[in-house]
Design a protein around this ligand. Structure first.
Ligand code: MLT
Length: 323
């Protein structure tokens, strides 16, 4: 008798979760962006959300939950119900580097289900305009000659812009004074105003200000130039051979989210990335779309694990301090 009851309960549960997945979503979906509005993460999430709502048939909202290099927003997403209605937006910084910088109250792999790998871009070394440097070499000379360390805006310890700054400092011997913001949107405003000296920023965040001439670009951290910003040299060309760093983004949901729901969110994001208008917006920001063969959820999972294996030893060796 007991076995029959258990079998019936299991069947009912299975039917229930399938029925849930078939109806999903029946209300708005929220993407938690762990950085301030107006920055590169926020911009990419809003571009995708606008198109994902078409496939999902429900509004897709963006909520900015900031602080601690993005780890507060990721933690908020992880604590939400595993029902597909809360997505954790993040990137190399939040879903890899933070794990080596902070004693997180969560596990970046065990507590999250990967949904989809998103566009990526190199970092770009940018400065305020009133620095007398016209090349990366001249900028580094200026930084080394300063009586006090130059100020570098970041999105907080463990963020992409912070790790990129640490990377630059470690290979050039330049000392930097890191100035943490709730995202590189606000940091860029201060760079334009001349309040801070440099940012090693996501290209997508700085590219329009570079084009407008309100800040100065020196090099992109890649072996090839950014197609939509061909005037910016690579770090290799600018004399910093091998200073390469690609900041990729992704979406995750809390562990335990039904696979059928993960598949629906993945399909909505893939549809968005295939949309010609979305592709044009991303490419104009200097973002590269992910490879076609890396769009399944488990491809993001494998990539995240490989990046943890690569970056954690580098970050731990650099003894990165939390501000
Ligand atoms: C970072 O530096 O980690 C991000 O670019 C910050 C942001 O998206 O605002």
């Amino acid at each position: 008798m007991q076995k029959t009851v258990l079998a019936a309960v299991a069947a009912l549960f299975a039917w229930g979760s399938t029925a849930l997945a078939e109806e999903f979503p029946t209300r708005p979906v929220t993407i938690i962006v762990p950085f301030a509005a107006g920055g590169p993460s926020d911009a990419m999430a809003r571009i995708l959300a606008e198109r994902m709502k078409v496939t999902l048939g429900q509004p897709v909202l963006v909520e900015n939950v900031t602080g601690a290099g993005g780890s507060i927003g990721v933690g908020r997403a992880i604590q939400s119900p595993p029902d597909g209605y809360t997505i954790s937006f993040g990137h190399l910084g939040t879903h890899v580097c933070n794990g080596a910088v902070y004693k997180l109250k969560y596990d970046l792999v065990a507590d999250l289900e990967p949904v989809v790998l998103l566009p990526s871009n190199p970092m770009v070394v940018v400065s305020k305009n009133d620095i007398p440097a016209k090349s990366l070499k001249e900028l580094l000379d200026w930084m080394k000659a300063k009586p006090s360390p130059p100020t570098a805006g970041t999105a907080g310890a463990g963020s992409g812009s912070h790790i990129a700054g640490v990377y630059l400092a470690s290979i050039t011997g330049v000392k930097l004074q890191y100035v943490p913001y709730r995202g590189t949107g606000p940091a860029l405003n201060d760079l334009i105003a001349g309040q801070i000296d440099v940012i090693v920023d996501q290209t997508s965040n700085s590219i329009n200000q570079i084009r407008a001439g309100t800040i100065r670009a020196y090099a992109v951290t890649d072996a090839k130039r950014v197609a939509s910003a061909p005037d910016i040299p690579t770090t290799d060309e600018a004399g910093l051979k091998g200073f390469h760093m690609t900041l990729w983004s992704g979406m995750w949901v809390p562990k335990g989210t039904p696979k059928d729901i993960v598949a629906k969110l993945n399909a909505a994001a893939v549809d968005a990335m295939k949309d010609p208008a979305v592709k044009k917006q991303m490419e104009n920001l200097g973002l590269e779309m992910p490879p076609q063969d890396k769009l399944a959820p488990d491809a993001l999972g494998a990539w995240q694990k490989a990046e943890i294996a690569k970056w954690w030893p580098i970050i731990k060796a650099a003894d990165v301090k939390v501000d």
